[in-house]
Design a protein around this ligand. Structure first.
Ligand SMILES: [Zn+2]
Length: 291
């Protein structure tokens, strides 16, 4: 019986010694204090490279490049991904894939809405070359033809949906929307409820179009919808004001040119992509669209 007690005491003593040694060496102490230190920045000519973590699902550390001059970058505008048959808003899926491949081969980083907001508000970017791919309206072919391309090439895209189209067979349905939204490569944002020219409506009507579509997307996709895409690119000062009041953080237009903060977060320009561009021709068009 006595022997047993000695062993218990001896074991307790061993545990204490081990604990003391652990505290003394403290293998985690060093990492922790490093984290608490201010982020180290490194001067490279006129730009500053700083380490920050991004909001992407990969949670990998990205090099965000700070810029002294205002960052401007292309926001691409697509609609239906189908044989054009003379319709300038339709881009065939084969061409669309060539465009994305060209972007990838030329080291373009495709932004998410959250990253775009950071680029615009903090004037820093996650890669030297950046682009934001947007598709308007929410056509079914965005799901059947576009989604597989985004996944295959591991590139990001944003689809702006007209929420009243959810039962319309020409547009993707709620299950398809949820599937894309849950995938890391696709974001779903608002293109209003009914695609009316917002600048022609009464204030209350504008508010309903913006608020109801945002709430519908927020509830169904469990997200905080941050982007508004103006139907037919129509907006005025009232529309911009109401967009901000109803909780959007940015809005995109159809005015041509690269996007930059000085145009205003609720008046971002875009580069319209028409059918007929091979990969190379697309690249030339893209790089010459900075007005
Ligand atoms: Zn539209």
């Amino acid at each position: 019986m006595k022997k047993k007690w000695i062993w218990v005491l001896f074991s307790l003593l061993l545990i204490e010694v081990a604990l003391a040694a652990f505290i003394f060496i403290n293998p985690f102490g060093q990492t922790k204090s490093k984290k608490d230190e201010p982020k180290q920045t490194q001067e490279i000519s006129s730009t500053v490279v700083e380490k920050t973590s991004t909001s992407t699902s990969e949670e990998k550390e990205n090099e965000w490049i700070k810029s002294d001059t205002e960052i401007s970058f292309p926001i691409l505008m697509y609609h239906s991904l189908a044989e054009s048959e003379g319709n300038s808003l339709k881009v065939p899926p084969t061409e669309f894939k060539e465009h994305l491949k060209w972007l990838k081969e030329n080291d373009y980083y495709t932004l998410t809405p959250e990253e775009t907001y950071t680029v615009l508000t903090e004037n820093k970017k996650p890669a030297e070359k950046i682009v934001w791919i947007t598709l308007d309206d929410g056509y079914l072919n965005n799901y059947t033809d576009g989604f597989p391309i985004f996944k295959e090439l591991k590139m990001n895209g944003t689809i702006n949906y007209i929420t009243s189209k959810i039962e319309n067979s020409s547009y993707f349905n709620l299950n398809q929307m949820k599937e894309m939204s849950q995938n890391e490569f696709i974001s779903i944002e608002s293109h209003t409820v009914s695609h009316l020219d917002l600048n022609t409506l009464e204030d209350d009507h504008i508010r309903r179009e913006l608020k109801d579509s945002k709430e519908w997307l927020d509830n169904n996709l469990k997200q905080n919808t941050s982007l508004l895409c103006y139907p037919a690119g129509r907006y005025d000062e009232r529309v911009k004001q109401i967009a901000e009041e109803t909780g959007y953080k940015m809005a995109i237009t159809t005015e041509p040119g690269y996007a930059k903060k000085s145009d205003g977060l609720f008046a971002l320009k875009r580069v319209r992509v028409s059918p007929g561009y091979s990969g190379e021709a697309f690249g030339q068009y893209l790089t010459s669209s900075n007005q």
